[in-house]
Design a binder for this molecule. Structure first.
Ligand SMILES: C[S@@+](CC[C@H](N)C(=O)[O-])C[C@H]1O[C@@H](n2cnc3c(N)ncnc32)[C@H](O)[C@@H]1O
Length: 285
């Protein structure tokens, strides 16, 4: 449990994940009926980017300048990305940042809270005690939010099916442990059994060790409609060359939105290094 999201907050991987998360939630909210957002790996809720290089024994280079930093002043944002950037800007300002650089960055719990309607609920799972304590402090007194300091892979069993019978489940692990890919598919499998219509978004890294093939094979066997949106930001990188989000049971025509997000982000992040994007169906609608 060494992972601290603060170092990575607002990087290009967060931008892909959060832009898609925002659009997914908006799409599901087209229906009046309430839903539950289950965040299996919630983190601390939001991040102070001015501290992004601190937190353990060695100094690090903050990653947000190559993520949200590259989007901050763009004037050509497509609506699918503008929505996310506007939410981040609003959050940043509401926390008191008056500078022209981003400082306060909302994680998935804060974005979920910004968008939740009175009929929606958040179920936030975070196993790291310090991260979970920060999450609790940030959400103190917030209505319709449950916080669990526990293994988020248990969230599908514990939270599904919800009384609303509608759910968006974000699975966003650190991918530190060797069995993480197997845990992700086990969690998806449990969730699909309990609420076959739930929408799942799984973030994953593209590294030499990544087991995307195992995730894809599982999704093919699960037979629920699913696609993967990927951004290769640094084709030659020795560690993470890119990342993806697999969306299971996407809202109708959501793939076009994912395509717009992924292709715009690839164009903005690393065009000089040959960045690219793709959206491919694993199980067609
Ligand atoms: C990538 S970060 C989450 C970021 C967050 N979803 C967001 O978008 O703002 C992964 C988080 O998972 C936590 N974590 C690691 N293993 C976990 C587990 N088994 N269950 C729940 N949380 C876990 C880490 O402490 C870390 O805060």
């Amino acid at each position: 449990m060494n992972y601290r999201h603060a170092f990575h907050a607002g990087n290009y991987a967060d931008a892909l994940k959060h832009a898609l998360f925002v659009r997914l939630l908006r799409a599901l909210q087209q229906k009046e009926k309430g839903l539950v957002v289950v965040d299996t790996h919630a983190g601390r809720g939001s991040y102070d980017l001015s501290l992004a290089s601190e937190g353990d024994s060695r100094a690090r280079t903050p990653e947000w300048p190559d993520g949200i930093g590259r989007l901050w002043d763009r004037t050509d944002l497509p609506p699918e990305v503008e929505d996310y950037v506007a939410l981040v800007r609003g959050f940043d300002r509401s926390r008191g940042n008056l500078s022209d650089r981003p400082r306060f960055y909302p994680g998935s719990p804060a974005l979920g809270r910004l968008l939740a309607r009175p009929q929606d609920r958040l179920e936030l799972w975070e196993r790291h005690p310090a991260e979970c304590a920060a999450l609790r402090a940030a959400f103190e007194g917030a209505p319709r939010v449950s916080i669990h300091e526990a293994d988020g892979y248990g969230a599908a069993r514990a939270c599904l099916p919800p009384r609303e019978k509608r759910a968006l489940v974000l699975i966003d692990p650190p991918f530190e442990a060797a069995d993480e890919w197997a845990q992700v598919t086990a969690c998806l499998s449990a969730g699909l059994v309990r609420l076959p219509s739930a929408t799942f978004a799984v973030w994953y890294p593209l590294t030499g060790r990544a087991r995307v093939d195992a995730l894809v094979a599982f999704l093919e066997s699960a037979r629920a409609p699913a696609f993967a949106a990927e951004v290769i930001a640094e084709p030659g990188a020795a560690r993470m060359r890119g990342c993806g989000v697999a969306v299971v049971n996407p809202p109708w025509k959501f793939e076009a939105q994912a395509r717009a997000v992924a292709s715009y982000l690839a164009g903005v992040f690393e065009p000089e290094r040959g960045a690219s994007s793709s959206v491919r169906w694993i199980v067609p609608e």
